[in-house]
Ligand binder design. Sequence first.
Ligand SMILES: [Zn+2]
Length: 456
Amino acid sequence: MSLSLKIKRVPTVVSNYQKEEAEEAGRRSGGCDRNCFNNCCLPGAKLPLYAYKGVDTAADEKALAELEDADIPMAFLDSLVLGEWEDRMQRGLFRYDVTACETKVIPGKYGFIAQLNEGRHLKKRPTEFRVDKVLQPFDGKKFNFTMVGQEEVLFQFEASEDGDAQYYQNAPIDIENSPNVVAINVSPIDYGHVLLIPRILKCLPQRIDHESFLLALHMAVEAANPFFRLGYNSLGAFATINHLHFQAYYLAVPFPVEKAPTKKITILENYGVKVSELRNYPVRGLVFEGGNTLQDLSNAVSDTCICLQGNNIPYNVLVSDCGRRVFLFPQCYAEKQAMGEVSAELLDTQVNPAVWEISGHMVLKRKKDYEEASEKNARRLLAEVSLSGERFQEVKALIFEAIFCSMNKTHITAQGLESLEEDVEVQSAEDLFGMKQEQGSHTAMVTGTHDCLVMQ
Ligand SMILES: [Zn+2]
């Protein structure tokens, strides 16, 4: 069945220039005089630059100790984000005062957090794009981050060239190499809500690659604040802009998903990454942690994301615990929505279950929903987001196949197998890794990776 529905509403405006999208194209030809982040306004522009020490923290304890001793303390990035963010608040760049939004913890075993955020609701005709394709080409005519104003950009975020963390208040912008930038989200969900836009001028579509995900992990490590989390929504999983970006903000309590029990599936031997499965949480998902190096953790997650993208499976990612733990949720809400399988009652709330909602921070648009917020209602929404148990097993098989493939291994170690048999509910590793031909509609998805199937 082919789904051709489009998102009917986009809930947020992330930049003050997004609403001018329509006029933008016309104005372009005549030049631009509003200090944007494009070739017309960038030459000669300067921005702060934070250069992080490219130390592989997980790998090198000694280097980590040195990092802590460095001239720029670890928490510098943290204060930079908040200082610059506060400055933009003073300058009135946000669409509403997020600190005035009501928030409460919903009674119950999960501790879901409800927020009433009427300001995020968008009345203009939104950008429309397909929800049935996780990978879509970049479209320069639609809103993208090169259209933001330079005043919305907080700083550049690059790996240091000489291995030392450095900060420059006024650094030129290297247009050739296209900077990674951190910008405000003008419709914040919470305090310090920013966007990390890798290689902004390259105009990458919303898709995870190894380099960009490692950059996001570095940001979590450098911020060194457990309340600071990064999130990612793929297209089809409520990303609203097809220009590669991560989101991040501060929430001073644990996300419910961070407290959920997990069960180990395996340790990826080459990476040293432990992969677990969430237990007793309304959305099925995987947890990645550890790793011989930060790059290993990054690679395990990126391999997974690239696999999901390649198989057109929408997903969300949460980076928590200062970059030490990564949650990954394949999801099917938009698909169900497109097929008319989501109840009118849920649709009426206009809540789009993206990474924050899935992790347990419910951003509600109507006062009524806020007042009536209950664990039952939150679970009802999240139940529609989660893959079924059966589908999750299939997706896990695809994921592990891709990871093992990427690790360039021809076999799993005895230890890996043992823990698989011990911990996983499926009966055999073949069930886990070998997508069987008779699985009908999903068979096509595996085509093309058969040459590196593990366990056959
Ligand atoms: Zn311009």
